[in-house]
Write a protein that binds this ligand. Structure first.
Ligand SMILES: Nc1nc2c(ncn2[C@@H]2O[C@H](COP(=O)(O)OP(=O)(O)OP(=O)(O)O)[C@@H](O)[C@H]2O)c(=O)[nH]1
Ligand SMILES: [Mg+2]
Length: 364
């Protein structure tokens, strides 16, 4: 089994576990009376019912309810005396949620603009869709204009206030017109939220968590390997002060050989063909894979040592003999082993990271 298979396998298991245990957090936000609670009831066919009332400020605390794989959070209105936008953003930290429904009715206020811009600008490496909903569409009326004309005017006003520049132009379909009274626009909103976005959010949330966890795993392996390298380096030093008869001192390449194999084993990089296969992942992976493979053969190790200026004195692989006194040879053996070992750990670590990331990217 190659590490690509291993990561894919693990990711799949992680998906299953997480999707069973972790709910998608949906936040509903807007100014008091915009119709947040009414909209939630509509979207869930009455399954989620939070108090709705004609008086403003009904919802002062986060109200929350489970809905299938989701947790729905009805947030208190912002832009009030109690919760000016700044305090509201701090207190209810919208960054904690996965998907947002921003609801407004009537004119888009400065407070709405501030919150919606905040959400659209807030970027992470995972998906967190923001749906912007102009509710109470049934009250849009003007005797001199058609419905379509009125919606265009509302969209233009919205686009002007939320405009984040060329990079993220707003399209007409980014503004959802709904009426909780007539049910108008509810079906499209429902489809877009539950039909497409929720699935995407679940996947991206899980892959991000998997990535963090796997990277942490790899870091732990790296730290363990570095400790092992240190032990090997001491062994190399001890070995050098116990010289072969007839020569001054030698650096034991057998030790280095074993150390490299151990490092590969820790990272699951034992199969040469598999390691070679990672070269297709990109130039960095190619470069790293070549380095990892180099220490799989004795000739490869000798080439590296030569570039370091270590003289190869005998035809026997295991002993490198720096022509210096044995005390110095012990230090040399230690430093050489440690230096090569640490570099090798780094190469194996970086290659594993590349492979893992490519699996995560592929499935995200
Ligand atoms: N005409 C019309 N009235 C609506 C619509 N949606 C909600 N309302 C009414 O608007 C009022 C406020 O609705 P809520 O759902 O309580 O609004 P909210 O945003 O939850 O309000 P707070 O919890 O106070 O922040 C209620 O009287 C609703 O019946 C709609 O689409 N059209
Ligand atoms: Mg409410």
């Amino acid at each position: 089994m190659t590490i690509t298979d291993k990561y894919e396998d693990e990711l799949r298991r992680y998906y299953e576990l997480k999707s069973r245990t972790e709910k998608i957090q949906i936040a509903v936000l807007g100014q008091p009376g915009a119709g947040k609670s009414s909209l939630l009831s509509r979207l869930t066919d009455g399954a989620v019912r939070f108090a709705a009332s004609p008086g403003t400020d009904t919802t002062r605390r986060v109200q929350t309810a489970a809905f299938g794989q989701m947790q729905i959070n009805d947030l208190p209105g912002y832009g009030t005396e109690q919760f000016p936008v700044k305090e509201w953003l701090q207190r209810f930290s919208p960054e904690d949620f996965d998907l947002y429904l921003a609801v407004y009715a009537g004119k888009l206020t400065d407070s709405d603009g501030e919150v919606i811009r905040h959400l659209r600008q807030w970027k992470t490496e995972r998906e967190h869709p923001v749906f912007i909903i102009r509710n109470k569409a049934d009250t849009i009326w003007d005797e001199n204009k058609t419905d379509a004309e009125l919606r265009d005017i509302i969209f233009d006003d919205f686009a002007e206030k939320i405009n984040l520049g060329e990079k993220e132009p707003l399209r007409k379909e980014d503004l959802y017109f709904t009426s909780c009274r007539t049910g108008d626009g509810i079906a499209r909103l429902k489809d877009d939220i539950f039909g497409t976005q929720v699935g995407k959010v679940i996947r991206s949330k899980i892959t991000a968590a998997f990535k963090a966890r796997s990277e942490e795993d790899l870091r732990r392996k790296k730290m363990q390997c570095l400790e092992d390298v240190s032990a090997y380096a001491w062994a190399a030093a001890a070995n050098a002060v116990n010289p072969v008869p007839g020569v001054d001192a030698a650096v034991d390449l057998g030790i280095f050989w074993k150390m490299a194999a151990d490092i590969r084993e820790s990272f699951g990089l034992t199969d040469e063909n598999a390691v070679r296969g990672y070269q297709v992942l990109g130039p960095l992976a190619k470069q790293l894979s070549e380095k990892v493979i180099q220490f799989m053969t004795k000739d490869g190790i000798i080439i590296v040592l030569k570039t370091l200026g270590v003289r190869y004195a005998r035809q026997k692989f295991t002993k490198y003999i720096p022509f210096i006194g044995w005390g110095a040879a012990a230090v040399t053996g230690y430093l050489l082993t440690r230096d090569l070992g640490e570099r090798y750990v780094e190469d194996c670590y970086q290659l594993s990271l590349e492979v893992m990331r490519s699996v995560v990217k592929k499935s995200a």
